[in-house]
Design a protein around this ligand. Structure first.
Ligand SMILES: [Zn+2]
Ligand SMILES: [Zn+2]
Length: 284
């Protein structure tokens, strides 16, 4: 079991609320290791994904989907809603227990772009204003002019249907409570210089490649509720960044490959992957 790294975000001076309305709950913790309860949820989620695949295959073979299978897909969808809530609750309660346990090792750091990037696909600490589901932090493109990346909250319950919410770490005054980590705590210039060093990049790449094909219990497909797998992108250029991604290997109702992906585009993301799997990030 890797060392658990905890992250909890909270608002400054406004009792943990961000954005509009009192339903936004920054401050629910995200933990990086999984307990028995989550295991059970995963095994049920596996069964549902297998059944969904069977239904899709049957429809392909028969040329159409039976109304019985239509009904079953609706039931699966409903069961996933419950399962999703249970999974989030199990993770949140374990996380708060871990935060208490690690109290003496915790640091409080302002939420920067790097801090946000490190939490992409994992941190879920905001409630969707449209449906009440939990939202996860996601990463958009890099803007060459502002030299910054964009971030947004994506609803886990209805990822395609609920609107996303833009998140700008520079504007939101948030603090992250987590274990100390040189990859986030060293001065920006200093850690960037180390990350980009040729020997460090080479070593990091070797470490990362050892985890290709592994499932990461903390990076979960919002639709299938199952851990995603770390793979090399088909059109990779062999560089450290933008070469690897988390992929969901399950299919949708029509048998198409699930489209949820989390590409590793930044050093903080790569560092977090290593930290989750080996207990130490790029700088260790
Ligand atoms: Zn929603
Ligand atoms: Zn999926």
């Amino acid at each position: 079991m890797p060392t658990s790294l905890l992250t909890k975000w909270s608002g400054v001076g406004d009792a943990g609320h961000i954005g509009t309305g009192g339903r936004s709950e920054i401050g629910r913790a995200a933990t990086r290791y999984i307990n028995g309860a989550s295991r059970q949820h995963f095994s049920r989620a596996e069964e549902l994904a297998a059944e969904q695949r069977e239904i899709a295959e049957r429809a392909k073979r028969d040329g159409r989907r039976s109304s019985r299978d239509d009904d079953r897909l609706r039931e699966i969808d409903l069961e996933r809603r419950t399962l999703r809530e249970e999974l989030e609750a199990a993770k949140a309660s374990e996380a708060s227990a871990d935060l208490k346990e690690a109290a003496t090792e915790l640091v409080s750091a302002p939420v920067s772009d790097d801090e946000t990037s490190a939490a992409v696909g994992i941190l879920s600490s905001r409630v969707c204003p449209s449906c009440g589901g939990s939202m996860r932090i996601r990463q958009g493109g890099y803007n060459g002019t502002s030299r910054r990346r964009s971030f947004y909250w994506l609803c886990s319950a209805r990822p395609g249907a609920c609107p996303t919410i833009h998140f700008d770490p520079a504007k939101e005054k948030l603090m992250a409570l987590r274990k100390s980590d040189p990859n986030l705590d060293l001065p920006t210039k200093e850690r960037r210089a180390i990350w980009e060093r040729k020997d460090v990049v080479r070593e990091t790449q070797i470490r990362l490649r050892q985890h290709l094909g592994d499932k990461d219990d903390e990076v979960i497909c919002p639709h299938h509720l199952l851990p995603m797998k770390l793979l090399e992108q088909p059109s990779s250029n062999g560089l450290l960044l933008s070469t690897y991604q988390y992929v969901c290997l399950h299919v949708d109702d029509d048998g198409r490959a699930c489209q949820h992906r989390i590409p590793l585009e930044t050093f903080p993301q790569v560092s977090e992957t290593l930290r989750r799997t080996e207990g130490a990030g790029i700088i260790h």
